[in-house]
Design a protein around this ligand. Structure first.
Ligand SMILES: O=P(O)(O)OC[C@H]1O[C@H](O[C@H]2O[C@H](CO)[C@@H](O)[C@H](O)[C@H]2O)[C@H](O)[C@@H](O)[C@@H]1O
Length: 467
């Protein structure tokens, strides 16, 4: 296949691919774009640029597509048995590795690594092996393979054994846990994860902080990095795409709807908007964000009727009870704020639980303040995207625990994500910034946030990997 990456063939491997399928009532298959920050980042360099993307079939629609031989050029979907995928994805990747790196365990009772965990771990190994074998089969002599994220930590080591001729990279889109937290994992598993990743020639991380944490874990658990190189590549937003997409007709339509829902202040002026857009993900800290907004309205009554919090909490990982419970809590707290403060002409929180990309872009355009307050986050692309699209320039309230803080911290209003009162104060400060200063800061945030757009982010890694 022709590639825009030069002579060597390029392969990418990730759990979630660039496309997923739905079976319609009439039995036809409908393709839609895959979701999440990783996919948005990789889409700019995937099949269209000539890379082969190996990913997993994720649901019945995808499995049906594989069975019918329906697919896109440059994408190979692996039909791993559904129970093996569920154990690997829900069980190990999202309930163990994600929790470790985001430090989400309620440690008096969790984690418990029992026989069930060991059974799921066997599936995680089988799942990783399926990827390694597919990559080994697809790769031409001397090809470059870049493996993505915590779902596939064992692939580099397995692939190295099968195909010593390849250049192998791995990129982590999550934070990396500090040594003491990483060592909650059983010793043999901690070692397997690190040795699996160290099978790569080069490992990439989103920030220096996560790269250093990984190095510290290797020093403590396996005596160092061996010959593996470490690189930092801070994935940025795709400014050109966002600017163009946010002016398409569907976004304009939704702007009109949103403007009506936001309404006008009692003096007839425009209401301010505090916007957040997240998957309903435990690490994103949506509930404390709502409590901070409540605190703002309680402690500074001058903002009542003058501000609306437009919060997007898209469905995520709903197979896991803890995510379903979190979604219910987000809804409960948003309703409680509306009940406590709402008036006939003012809904303080406009909560959106349905996935609608065009509507979130409309909210970006209307944003006066973006609220990004994760307890821990690999990067957080929303922090980088809103300043690019916001029409009047937006202020950014940003958690110091988001990877994006390393690049955007100077022009953001920075918060400790656990401090609800501090976050309420930050919201007040952001809402009160003089228009000129807000616009200036927003311009600098947009420039920093688009400094390494996805295509360059990927090319940078390829160049480094090829030496
Ligand atoms: O595939 P899902 O289980 O639905 O989850 C979606 C993605 O979540 C994580 O995204 C991270 O990657 C982003 C890009 O580098 C980063 O900006 C964000 O802050 C992270 O949370 C996960 O790492 C991906 O593998 C998932 O596909």
């Amino acid at each position: 296949m022709a590639s825009s990456f030069g002579a060597a063939q390029v392969l990418v491997a990730s759990n979630r691919g660039p496309v997923s399928y739905e079976v319609r009532e009439d039995g036809s298959l409908h393709a839609k774009r895959g979701g999440g920050g990783l996919v948005s980042g990789l889409s700019a360099i995937g099949p269209d640029a000539g890379a082969l993307w190996v990913c997993s079939a994720l649901g019945d629609g995808d499995r049906e597509a594989v069975r019918r031989g329906v697919g896109e050029d440059g994408v190979r979907m692996l039909d791993v048995p559904a129970d093996v995928h569920a154990d690997a994805y829900n069980g190990i990747a999202n309930s163990v590795l994600w929790f470790v790196h985001h430090m989400l365990y309620q440690t008096p009772l969790e984690p418990v690594f029992d026989a069930e965990f060991r059974r799921q771990w066997a599936s995680y190994e089988a799942y990783n092996r399926a990827f390694a074998e597919a990559l080994a089969e697809e790769a031409a002599e001397g090809a470059v393979a870049i493996v993505q994220d915590y779902h596939l930590t064992l692939v580099p080591g397995m692939l190295r054994e099968l195909r010593p001729d390849l250049r192998i990279g791995h990129f982590s889109h999550t934070p990396w846990a500090p040594v003491d937290y990483f060592r909650l994992l059983p010793d043999d598993i901690a070692e397997r994860v690190l040795r699996g990743m160290l099978g790569a020639d080069r490992l990439g991380f989103l920030t220096r902080r996560w790269a250093d944490a990984f190095t510290a874990c290797c020093d403590a658990v396996v005596g160092g990095l061996g010959g593996t190189e470490i690189g930092v590549h801070g994935l940025g937003a795709d400014g050109d795409f966002l600017r163009a997409r946010s002016h398409e007709a569907d976004v304009e339509e939704r702007m009109a709807d949103l403007r009506e829902e936001i309404g006008t202040a009692p003096d007839g002026g425009a209401r301010r908007t505090v916007v957040r857009v997240d998957r309903t993900e435990l690490s994103k800290n949506i509930v404390r964000g709502l409590l901070a907004y409540r605190e703002l309205l309680a402690g500074r009554p001058e903002w009542r009727e003058r501000v609306v919090h437009v919060a997007f909490a898209y469905p995520s990982r709903q197979d896991l009870a803890v995510y379903r419970d979190y979604t219910a809590e987000v809804r409960r707290v948003a309703e409680a704020v509306n009940e406590e403060f709402g008036t006939p002409g003012w809904t303080p929180v406009v909560l959106n639980l349905k996935d609608d990309f065009a509507r979130s872009l409309a909210a970006y355009r209307l944003a006066d303040v973006a609220l990004v307050n994760p307890v821990r986050d690999g990067m957080n692309l929303v922090a980088k995207e809103v300043p690019v699209v916001s029409e009047t320039g937006c202020a950014l309230v940003l958690s110091r625990e988001a990877g994006a803080y390393e690049e955007l911290g100077e022009d953001a209003v920075v918060v400790n994500p656990y401090d609800v009162v501090g976050t309420a104060d930050a919201l007040h400060e952001a809402l009160s910034l003089p228009a000129g200063e807000r616009a200036e800061r927003s311009k600098r945030l947009a420039a920093a946030g688009t400094a390494l757009p996805p295509a360059r982010w990927f090319l940078e890694q390829l160049d480094a990997l090829r030496g």
